[in-house]
Design a protein around this ligand. Sequence first.
Ligand code: ADP
Ligand code: 5GP
Length: 211
Amino acid sequence: MEEIRNYGAILVLSGPSGAGKSTIIREAGERIGEYYFSISTTTRAPREGEQNGREYYFVTKEAFEEDIKAGNFLEYAEVHGNYYGTSLKPVKKALKEGKLVIFDIDVQGHRLVRAKLNDVTTSAFITPPTLQELETRLRARSTDSEEVIAGRIANAKKEILAIGEYDFTIVNDDLQTAIEEFVTIANAARLKWSEKNEKRFIAHWFEETPR
Ligand code: ADP
Ligand code: 5GP
């Protein structure tokens, strides 16, 4: 049975930058079991306090384009004028190890992951209760210039329209409630089986049934 269950699952989180995705994942901590957080590669500059290899792999545009050519990305997109992408290799490894793989990617990335790995994917859209609140949080985070904040707000206005493409929505108003909802969704995501698992299970199920 172990062998049959031993294939991981994907949980895609999207939502405006400043919605609270990183905070929620961090605060949920060990309550969601062993997981692998997919560290994306980006051409944007690191924010204060960000470390290469922790939040992102920070690379040049040239290096990113080399990786595109080499087919190293599961998906990539241009967001706010920078490239962001998910490397295929570590994701494959984590899935083989039976882990829950968490992505913090945008709406375009979610569509691409769905197109490739729909059967093992669960998704949640995380948003603050209002546009006004998003703006307040982006300012309070004080990691971005006014120009960058304006770009993030403009992008958020577009991204919110894709909310219906996701399995679940988390309105991050009260942080503790949002964390509880996230834990429920993450644990449910683990129970989603790949088509391969289902087929193998059915074959096994018949074999074990006494005639
Ligand atoms: P994201 O990862 O989605 O870009 P962050 O986790 O960096 O967002 O959160 C953006 C800012 O909002 C941070 O300063 C964080 O402390 C704050 N924040 C997150 N959730 C809440 C909440 N429920 N109420 C108030 N502030 C919040
Ligand atoms: P930030 O600059 O705030 O870290 O991220 C900006 C946006 O890029 C967020 O919406 C985030 O979800 C998205 N993003 C981060 N990594 C990836 C990635 O690997 N692929 C895609 N498609 N989007 C990403």
